[in-house]
Design a protein around this ligand. Structure first.
Ligand SMILES: CC(C)(COP(=O)(O)OP(=O)(O)OC[C@H]1O[C@@H](n2cnc3c(N)ncnc32)[C@H](O)[C@@H]1OP(=O)(O)O)[C@@H](O)C(=O)NCCC(=O)NCCS
Length: 268
């Protein structure tokens, strides 16, 4: 339950009123059951000494608070997982000739960490903390919104990762970002993974796949060219480490009306 506790603590810090209301509600539900149980127990056992009756009610009150807190933390975690699955983790596991692209499991945290080197961090504008936060989330077994790993089918090794995320203001689009670890670059893995991810995003019902990169990232531009993504914009973009770079935005759309794709139009 550790990631759930961490999550509940964050909810308390960010939305204290919402947290108190939620907590009070869960304690009240537990309190109701405790009162019914206490009443049934005491009436079936009476006559009992006043001391014992008081002790039973005190024990039930403590159990109510502890149970209510645990219930709220668990419920918050359950709802968060459900919401992340619905809104972020929109792709099934995908197999390509050499790779499996799927959600990470906690045992893969260390191998995922090994794929995040300085080149990866610099290309994405990540700080050390950004990478650590993602790896910790995987290790903790909690939700990892939009994160997928690239796993080598031959060895089951994690060789890279990808993000598939909503795009603000474009309901029928998903953004795609990716990286390959230092030991596996230059072997066509990114091209193979991106090709499959783009198709899977369209099949999941999204008209557009948005890929954003920097003007200096020639590998990503080359991959965009190979998969048929079109440059649609160049604009300054602020990265997680605070630097502002000149970004190129590519859009990929299905070439033909694919009967497997849901018909979607871009909302204005
Ligand atoms: C960019 C990255 C994902 C490419 O992964 P990869 O598996 O090595 O890529 P591929 O082997 O599929 O190569 C893709 C194409 O880019 C080209 N390419 C690779 N590195 C290049 C570079 N530094 N300069 C120019 N072209 C390059 C390859 O030659 C290939 O083109 P080709 O098929 O015409 O020969 C990888 O280098 C990486 O993880 N970099 C750090 C993170 C990053 O930049 N992520 C993208 C952020 S948007």
């Amino acid at each position: 339950m550790s990631w759930q506790i961490e999550y509940a603590r964050n909810v308390f810090k960010r939305w204290p009123v919402r947290a108190v209301v939620g907590l009070a509600g869960h304690i009240a539900v537990c309190g109701l059951w405790a009162a019914i149980a206490g009443y049934a127990f005491l009436t079936s056992m009476s006559p009992l000494s006043t001391g014992l009756v008081v002790a039973v009610w005190i024990a039930l009150a403590i159990a109510t608070v502890v149970g209510g807190v645990a219930f709220w933390v668990w419920e918050l975690g359950r709802r968060t997982k459900k919401s992340v699955k619905k809104n972020f983790d929109v792709l099934p596991a995908i197999e390509t000739p050499r790779l499996i692209l799927r959600k990470p499991v906690s045992a893969e945290a260390a191998s995922l960490e090994a794929t995040i080197d300085d080149v990866m961090r610099d290309s994405n504008g990540w700080t050390k903390e950004t990478g650590k936060a993602h790896v910790d989330a995987v290790r903790g077994g909690g939700p990892t919104p939009g994160v997928y790993v690239m796993v080598l089918r031959s060895t089951s090794t994690v060789i890279g990762g990808a993000f598939v995320l909503p795009v603000s203001g474009r309901r029928s689009a998903r953004s795609l970002g990716w990286w390959v670890g230092p030991n596996h670059r230059g072997s066509g893995y990114a091209t193979e993974a991106v090709d499959a991810l783009v198709e899977a995003i369209h099949v999941a019902g999204y008209l557009t796949v948005e890929i954003k990169t920097t003007e200096s990232n020639l590998a990503v531009q080359r991959i965009c060219g190979k998969i048929g993504a079109a440059e649609v914009d160049r604009r300054p973009h602020t990265l997680p480490n605070g630097t502002t770079v000149s970004a190129i935005v590519f859009d990929h759309q299905p070439l033909v009306a694919d009967p497997h794709l849901r018909t979607l139009t871009e909302p204005n």
